[in-house]
Design a protein around this ligand. Sequence first.
Ligand code: NAD
Length: 235
Amino acid sequence: MNIVVLTGAGISAESGIRTFRDSGGLWENERIEDVATPEAFSANPNRVYDFYNTRRQQLFDPQLQPNKAHVALAEFARLSSVNMTLVTQNVDNLHERGGSDNVVHMHGELLSAKCVKSHETVRWNGDLTALNTCQCCQLAQPMRPDIVWFGEMPLYMERIYQAIETASLFCAIGTSGSVYPAAGFVDIARQCDVETTLINLDETDNGHFDNRYLGKASECVPRWIESVKAKYELD
Ligand code: NAD
């Protein structure tokens, strides 16, 4: 069975990474436009580097661990009858640490840096500064966080649309439905007669799902998986 799962900041909240919306419009005490736009990077690159360096360092905090929702999705994807495309808006690495492979990071990744000229990417675990230059260009260029900022095009869109169009189930987990184009995936799924499920702490703005599980991802994701396994006799 082809299943598309879309995750957002809410799935990582119980692991200790703050969401976007729950911080009252501020993300880690910063305004989005000051740290997550190409204009912010041009105007004050050091502030943007610092913001993402702090986010990246958090991933190496031993207390930060994947939670039951990350792990349950990874186990579900390993069933031979399941072909899961796991799309995340998150830039953390908790799905991978929970056991998932081939995660589609549509908004980029903290553990990656990108050449500003060629857009070639390289794995990056430490701090990134204006002094770090690429090795892909003849004249070395500065690197930037490999994050899709507001106003930029998300990654892997064609692959994601294809996966939704050929899916039987679409499930959105821990996302407020306020950031497009991800917030519009449910409408595409419905147009393609794909069964849709929302798992979220509260009602979101992006209304139209066939099924809803309102509560914590760590409790609701395993429950949703058990119900899908029973309903479609998956093993
Ligand atoms: P969002 O903050 O707009 O929405 C998060 C949603 O998760 C909210 O509706 C909230 O009610 C819900 N939620 C909170 N705790 C939950 C829990 N325990 N279980 C289930 N649901 C819970 O996040 P978004 O929709 O992903 O959009 C925000 C943007 O900010 C994304 O583009 C993302 O790239 C970025 N971001 C990423 C991270 C991360 O990588 N972990 C964290 C914050 C923001």
